[in-house]
Design a protein around this ligand. Structure first.
Ligand SMILES: Nc1ncnc2c1ncn2[C@@H]1O[C@H](COP(=O)(O)OP(=O)(O)OP(=O)(O)O)[C@@H](O)[C@H]1O
Ligand SMILES: [Mg+2]
Length: 236
């Protein structure tokens, strides 16, 4: 069964075509990267799936439902590019607040668990607005993932994170059984977090398949990054 489907999706901003006939689907339980250069349309795709903006043309379905509906919001996690936390609340208060909003039976307990899982103990009483950008990113991830979402959309999730924190987050995400769509322009992040790639450029899919198929397209010993940049620069 498909959990995410886009069919011929078009999104214009003025005269700019951010998405220009984007078509792909992700089976439930699939782990997919949305890979593409700056301006390719990754964040626009994520925002449409999150129900924040609407496509001008084409069809978008999440578990057979339209984005932005109450049913979809229950099962979805969306990590945007911008920080998620409420700036005047502390780390702990943010977690308790989001857990309450999500109807989690014991929000305080959930906040405790997320503080430990995401390594936020040192900052539990710090207001979110005072955190470094990387620590805000950690908290953002904790806030959007705390309801055990079935479908997870992450826009550049490892941005701002130091290497040990990247490892921690990769392990957390790998331990989840959700359907994943992760946007990135970095192939090594795609290959660590997911096993399939949807490569887009100028709002269209230029290649889609498994990471092992992608690797096989390269010459002997050619790094996968080089295969990807060749494919992207060949795109006319
Ligand atoms: N609100 C907006 N108004 C005008 N143009 C926009 C807007 N949002 C996106 N665009 C344009 O749509 C195109 C796709 O942008 P998008 O942010 O989806 O790319 P991206 O793949 O996420 O890039 P990056 O890797 O830089 O994050 C770009 O040409 C961008 O300038
Ligand atoms: Mg983006």
């Amino acid at each position: 069964m498909e959990c995410i489907t886009l069919t011929n999706v078009v999104k214009r901003f003025g005269i700019t075509y951010a998405l220009n006939g984007l078509t792909f689907s992700i089976p439930c339980g699939g782990r997919y990267s949305l890979l593409g250069p700056n301006g390719a349309g990754k964040s626009t795709t994520m925002k449409i799936l999150a129900g924040l903006i609407r496509q001008d043309n084409g069809e978008v379905l999440i578990s057979g439902m339209k984005p932005g509906t109450k049913e979809v919001k229950k099962i979805l996690a969306y990590l945007p590019e911008d920080p998620v936390p409420y700036r005047i609340l502390t780390v702990r208060e943010n977690l308790e607040y989001f857990a309450s909003l999500r109807g989690i039976p014991d929000p305080r307990r959930k906040a405790e668990d997320m503080i430990d899982l995401f390594g936020l103990r040192e900052f539990e009483r710090t207001q979110a607005g005072k955190l470094s950008r990387g620590n805000q990113q950690k908290l953002s991830l904790a806030l959007v993932l705390l309801h055990d979402p079935e479908i997870v959309l992450l826009d550049e999730p490892l941005n701002y994170l130091d290497i040990p924190t990247q490892e921690r987050i990769i392990n957390i995400l790998k331990g989840m059984n959700s359907t994943f769509l992760v946007s990135t322009h970095i192939m090594s992040i795609a290959s660590r977090l997911t096993d399939h790639v949807i490569m887009i450029s100028r709002g269209r899919v230029i290649w889609a398949g498994s990471i092992s198929d992608l690797r096989a397209l390269g010459h002997e010993d050619e790094p996968i990054e080089s295969v990807v940049s060749r494919m992207m620069s060949n795109d006319g």
